[in-house]
Ligand binder design. Structure first.
Ligand code: SF4
Length: 360
């Protein structure tokens, strides 16, 4: 079915209802658009805004980001998740600063060759920052297109994904490509929502097959389910005064480069905790307290975390190199990157220590 008239409908709607006051739409530059597009991957606008504003205050241009320490970049990303985005953002800033003299390349292929920039993000930068005709296919646009065209298959399936790209490219107009791109994202985020789409307000309603056929609840199709495996770990919160021992994660793998807690694979008994501390952490335990376990969900597995608070004898533990271990002061936290569950645990320990002190 040909929908050549559709961009006009989308643009008319945008003129009245589209979002025009988002922070990255002000003082628009390729760098500002680029940072926003990376933050918006897998994250909603309302969550991104405060992170974006803090990030821009600290790193207002590509050179300030390129010259930053990785820890300060990860620190500003703490809580936003998918930390590879931050590491790739940093790597790409270094490449742009060094190889392109700080000027973002206006070229779809070059943009796609940079760390962390896929086809849709490259398309969004081309369209929004440079006003060049390029299609995007982020989660919002996928949802709009599958419903509009009544595509029942899961959009991640290879042939369906390729077909959606063909549709996205056919629909992208020659004129006002930045507004059209923003409008499609806005329709997906504000009207064509995952749970309850607001079809009555939607400019595409008359042409939307999912609406006409009452299929908005079943489109887009779901990803075929695989049971995600469960891994179990014991996190050790070694406490000396108001400080907790943190160790830097390896450069690759889960939470790469972030600061985390020493851990024992599996649910460790108190005897195992004691032996581990003596052997690996060079310290003697005074008291241990079990903290209720919780599950943290990663994209490909679930992690059962069993935290143990361990008070140790003072000053007995010598740190490894400073870039591998630190004492993290709960009251004056260092500006380092922390995985969200570790940050939550540290805040909890701090709250409980403060309330114990107050009670005492
Ligand atoms: Fe989505 Fe409803 Fe609009 Fe169709 S009519 S694109 S289902 S909001």
């Amino acid at each position: 079915m040909s929908y050549t008239f559709l961009p006009k409908l989308v643009l008319n709607w945008f003129d009245y209802h589209g979002r025009k006051s988002l922070p990255w739409q002000q003082d628009k530059s390729p760098y500002r658009v680029y940072v926003s597009e990376i933050m918006l991957q897998q994250t909603q606008v309302a969550t991104v805004i405060p992170y974006y504003e803090r990030f821009m205050a600290q790193f207002p241009d590509v050179f300030s980001l390129a010259n930053a320490e990785e820890d300060s970049v990860l620190y500003l990303w703490t809580g936003l998740g998918y930390y590879n985005r931050a590491r790739n953002l940093h790597k790409t800033a270094k490449i742009i600063a060094k190889d392109y003299l700080g000027i973002f390349p206006c070229d779809l292929d070059i943009l796609q060759s940079l760390p962390g920039i896929g086809r849709s993000t490259a398309g969004a930068i081309m369209a929004i920052a440079f006003e060049k005709k390029a299609a995007i296919l982020d989660g919002n646009v996928k949802r709009v297109l599958t419903r509009l065209y009544g595509i029942t298959e899961w959009p991640g399936e290879k042939a369906t994904h390729a077909y959606l790209w063909t549709l996205a490219e056919e629909l992208t107009p020659d004129q006002r490509v930045a507004d059209y791109t923003q409008a499609m994202m806005d329709i997906g985020a504000t009207l064509c929502k995952r749970g309850q789409p607001n079809c009555l307000e939607c400019p595409l309603q008359e042409n939307c097959l999912a609406f006409k056929q009452g299929l908005t609840q079943s489109i887009p199709g779901s990803k075929p389910k695989k049971t995600s495996p469960l891994r179990i770990t014991t996190f050790l919160l070694l406490k000396q005064g108001n400080q907790i021992l943190l160790q830097k994660r390896p450069k690759a793998g889960i939470w790469a480069g972030l600061w985390s807690l020493p851990e024992i694979t599996g649910k460790a008994s108190s005897q195992q905790v004691r032996e581990f501390c003596q052997k690996n952490l060079r310290c003697t335990i005074q008291k241990t307290t079990d903290i209720p376990s919780f599950i943290h969900v990663f994209s490909h597995f679930r992690l059962e975390v069993n935290p143990v608070l361990i008070e140790i004898q003072k000053t007995k533990l010598k740190l490894l190199e400073a870039n591998q271990e630190i004492w993290y002061n709960l009251e004056q936290p260092a500006r380092v990157g922390l995985p969200a569950p570790i940050k939550a645990l540290l805040e909890r320990i701090n709250d409980e220590s403060s309330s114990t002190l107050c009670e005492a």
